[in-house]
Design a protein around this ligand. Structure first.
Ligand SMILES: NC(=O)c1ccc[n+]([C@@H]2O[C@H](COP(=O)([O-])OP(=O)(O)OC[C@H]3O[C@@H](n4cnc5c(N)ncnc54)[C@H](OP(=O)(O)O)[C@@H]3O)[C@@H](O)[C@H]2O)c1
Length: 338
């Protein structure tokens, strides 16, 4: 086992969610790294990021986390502290997200994680742990969705691309990435007071998401979108598919509104629409590295400070409530050592 020049800490701080009578409690506690799960790589987490799934885990959602006490956090970027894998050396800057991190494996809302080497991606040299978490799983997922659309043949000349849940973590970064890569992006939101922000990110038009909650009784609606990045599911995703143009494509990323999809097969068999799944958690390592390289290079986004807020571990609680209520705007980065 190789160790970093610095001395491995004998304690670290982490958010712990515990089951208590009638509910769940959350507090920051000081812990012994020896209680971390087995794994080849011990990482000092410098920054994490907040995701909807973290709020579910932190609230005791058994569909995300079966066993408590638990530390959520599906995102972590930091420095390798100890490693028994020859490809990962102490001092390497790395990013870990998805797989089981923060689900049933202690996650990025702790200053240390221990994980299998297969989950660890080296950070491209143009990214730091902080800039990686400014993207986080949200930005990675937005980039993966865009890559899915491009791989399926979408080009900027084909027309407008809709983003739903546009002020959310995935949505806001999808708007920014589409604009950066030359697509005409239309942002659908429930927060019309944030229209200015969405336009600053590059949306050519901002629409009220209630306009996408109509036409539930129809199999097809007037065609508009060449492509869609959807983060909300339910009737809005169904509407987006029904309004996608012939041979257009829709990337489904999330279920912030609903896990249902009330739809007939007609958009697929009468308009050749393609529905593409996006799963960042189990994305293969080779593709994961490609997407991070893109975010570090050709798709590098600037000006994300407008949609990024940095909070301390001790100040995470209200952010968890806000994201559960669908009230989060942009993306929250967690500074583990502030
Ligand atoms: N597939 C993957 O790999 C992957 C990765 C990350 C996240 N996700 C999923 O993607 C979704 C978004 O994640 P996120 O981190 O971006 O969450 P988020 O920051 O909370 O954003 C979700 C956005 O959806 C909209 N929304 C919320 N409740 C809604 C409702 N009832 N009806 C319609 N719209 C609603 C809101 O945007 P507006 O107010 O602007 O409409 C909200 O800001 C979640 O379901 C998450 O689990 C999937």
């Amino acid at each position: 086992m190789m160790t970093h020049a610095s001395v491995t800490p004998t304690s670290y701080r982490a958010l712990i969610v515990r089951e208590a009578a009638g509910g769940f409690t959350r507090q920051v506690e000081t812990l012994d790294p020896a209680r971390l799960p087995p794994g080849e790589v011990l990482i000092q987490v410098r920054f994490s990021a907040l995701n909807y799934k973290d709020a579910l885990s932190a609230g005791g959602h058994r569909g995300v986390t079966r066993r408590y006490p638990h530390t959520p956090g599906v995102d972590a970027a930091g420095v390798v502290e100890e490693s028994s894998d020859p490809n990962l050396r102490p001092g390497d800057q790395v990013v870990v997200h998805g797989y089981d991190l923060g689900m049933n494996t202690a996650g990025g809302f702790g200053q240390m994680i221990r994980v299998p080497a297969a989950w660890v991606a080296p950070l491209p040299s143009d990214l730091t742990p902080f800039s990686a978490m400014v993207y986080g799983t949200a930005g990675f997922t937005a980039a993966l969705a865009l890559q899915r659309l491009i791989d399926a043949g979408l080009t900027a000349e084909q027309g407008e691309v809709l983003v739903t849940g546009a002020t959310g973590g995935v949505g806001s970064l999808a708007v920014a990435l589409l604009a950066q890569t030359g697509f005409r992006c239309v942002a659908a939101t429930g927060k019309l007071d944030q229209a200015g922000l969405l336009q600053e990110l590059g949306a050519v038009e901002v629409i009220d998401r209630r306009d996408l909650e109509t036409g539930g009784d129809k199999a097809l609606l007037k065609q508009r979108w060449a492509g869609v990045i959807d983060t909300v599911g339910g009737p809005i995703l169904a509407h987006a598919i029904k309004t996608t143009r012939i041979d257009g494509m829709v990337a489904a990323c999330g279920n912030a509104a609903s896990a249902d999809l009330p739809l007939t097969v007609y958009p697929f068999i009468l308009r050749g629409v393609s529905l593409l799944g996006v799963d960042s958690a189990n994305c293969a390592m080779a593709r994961r590295r490609q997407i991070w390289e893109k975010l570090a290079g050709a798709w590098k986004l600037t000006g994300l400070e407008r949609i990024t807020r940095v909070v301390r571990l001790d100040d995470l609680d209200p952010e968890l409530e806000r994201i559960l209520a669908g009230q989060q705007v942009g993306h929250v980065v967690v500074d583990l050592w502030a």
